[in-house]
Design a protein around this ligand. Structure first.
Ligand SMILES: Nc1ncnc2c1ncn2[C@@H]1O[C@H](COP(=O)(O)OP(=O)(O)OP(=O)(O)O)[C@@H](O)[C@H]1O
Ligand SMILES: CC(=O)N[C@H]1[C@@H]2OC[C@@H](O2)[C@@H](O)[C@@H]1O[C@H](C)C(=O)O
Length: 410
């Protein structure tokens, strides 16, 4: 057998694989790197986190990506360069991570790289009032674009790399997101407890895992803004990355008139499952609402308090619509925002948990979940979710397919 195919074959037969999951989310804060030991596959999957860190992006990196991030009109040469540049930066960060944690490249079986989403375009985005699309109407389909090519990462690290996980999901009828539900179900579904796993990143999403459920009972969806609007506002007004510990928002007052207007956004009331991004929830969206209702003069603190409350309200109202008692487990950067957590707790009237209490590090969760998707892909078997594998999955945005494109180092 040809050597490279042999290597993949051996990888598929291993009982335990060391996989580095890489996630770069909508907050553009840094690259999450999670070194995972993965054994088994499907419902037998066991994952332990061996090392984790977020490597912060340089201001040069952030400003280059920001020029195209969620923007309708971009420079083509910039996109072209970014696809290589992002991958090269990510590869350098992986190499540094390996040196720091004293691993050799040969110790690692696989890299699972999400890349950087620069545009997410579910079909639903085009039906939003006021949205002007540059795309011809003759062939509608969901689409999404992640940059950071896997071949560059494989070549520069010397490690087989799986990347671009979202395209297969779309090819099989999905919106390309959220992909969290696969790992959430395999790792965290429980026999006795209704669980709602809420990840509060730039965008908030949730996975509902009813007790003792089949995969086809899982509901996973984006919710709306998590931190993205608050972050963008603080970046624009103060040049700071985010409102650390909600210091500013805590000193402001929720503006009831603005809050009521934000709640009218049709996306918030749209049925599940659905996906979104900063293509919709951005400062232009906020300013238009403010300008149309003579609310442009609000102090920064009040705006932040209102956005913070709005994010919490979006999450709470989606959980309430499940219409069942659930235990809520938070993850993502927003779980460190004390005001957001307090608001959510008050709105839901219950205690909140973190996924750390279930043994899954909330900051590393998304990177771990991509390592799990790569583990499924190279295991070579169709993912087994047990009963309820096929029922109704495509219509509910959870096609059962292997995901990730394989890049060999040479
Ligand atoms: N101490 C803190 N106080 C307030 N907010 C915080 C704190 N720590 C983190 N955050 C928020 O979390 C954000 C980063 O979250 P995270 O890394 O989960 O997002 P992401 O993965 O980029 O987004 P997504 O999941 O939407 O792709 C920061 O930009 C900030 O808004
Ligand atoms: C297109 C895209 O990158 N979407 C991200 C984003 O960040 C949060 C939310 O929006 C979620 O849908 C998704 O990421 C997570 C990891 C997911 O696919 O589950």
């Amino acid at each position: 057998m040809q050597d490279r195919i042999q290597a993949l074959y051996e990888l598929s037969r291993k009982n335990e694989r060391l996989i580095i999951g890489l996630m770069s989310g909508t907050s553009l804060d840094g690259l999450d790197i999670a070194l995972c030991s993965c054994s088994g596959s499907g419902r037998d999957t066991q994952i332990s986190l061996l090392a984790f860190e977020t490597q912060a992006y340089s201001s040069e990196f952030r400003s280059a990506v920001s020029q195209v991030f969620a923007k309708q009109a971009v420079k083509h040469d910039l996109i072209c360069w970014l696809n290589a540049y992002i991958a090269r930066e990510h590869a350098a960060m992986v190499n540094q991570f390996l040196r720091k944690h004293e691993f050799q490249r040969d110790d690692i079986d696989l890299i699972a790289s999400h890349g950087q989403t620069v545009y997410h375009r579910p079909l639903s985005l085009t039906s939003i009032e006021g949205h002007i699309s540059n795309v011809p109407s003759h062939s509608p389909c969901n689409s999404t674009l992640q940059l950071g090519d896997g071949d560059h990462i494989a070549s520069l690290t010397g490690i087989i790399t799986l990347s671009d996980f979202r395209q297969k999901h779309i090819a099989h009828g999905g919106e390309g997101a959220p992909l969290a539900m696969y790992g959430d179900y395999l790792l965290l579904a429980d026999k006795r407890e209704n669980r709602c796993l809420v990840n509060i990143g730039g965008i908030a999403n949730f996975t509902f895992l009813p007790a003792n459920s089949a995969f086809s009972d899982t509901v996973c969806s984006d919710i709306g803004p998590g931190n993205t609007l608050m972050d963008a506002l603080v970046q624009q007004a103060l040049g700071e990355a985010f409102d650390r510990d909600a210091r500013l928002a805590r000193t402001g007052k929720v503006n009831k008139a603005l809050f009521a207007l934000l709640c009218k956004e049709p996306y918030v009331c749209a049925p599940l499952p659905k996906t979104t991004g900063p293509e919709l929830f951005n400062l232009a969206w906020l300013s238009t609402i403010q300008a149309n209702h003579d609310l442009t003069e609000l102090p920064l603190e009040d705006l932040l308090a209102t956005l913070n409350y709005f994010s919490a309200w979006c999450i709470a109202s989606h959980i309430e619509k499940l219409d069942r008692p659930v235990e809520v487990y938070l993850s993502g950067g927003g779980a460190h925002n004390p005001l957001l957590c307090d608001n959510l707790k008050t709105l839901l009237g219950q205690t909140l948990h973190t996924t750390d209490e279930l043994g899954l590090d909330g900051d590393a969760k998304e990177a771990i979940l991509f390592a799990l998707l790569a583990n499924e892909c190279v295991s070579g078997k169709p993912t087994s979710f047990g009963t309820g594998d096929t029922a109704n999955n495509i219509a509910n945005n959870r096609p059962v397919v292997s995901m990730g494109k394989i890049s060999l180092p040479d």
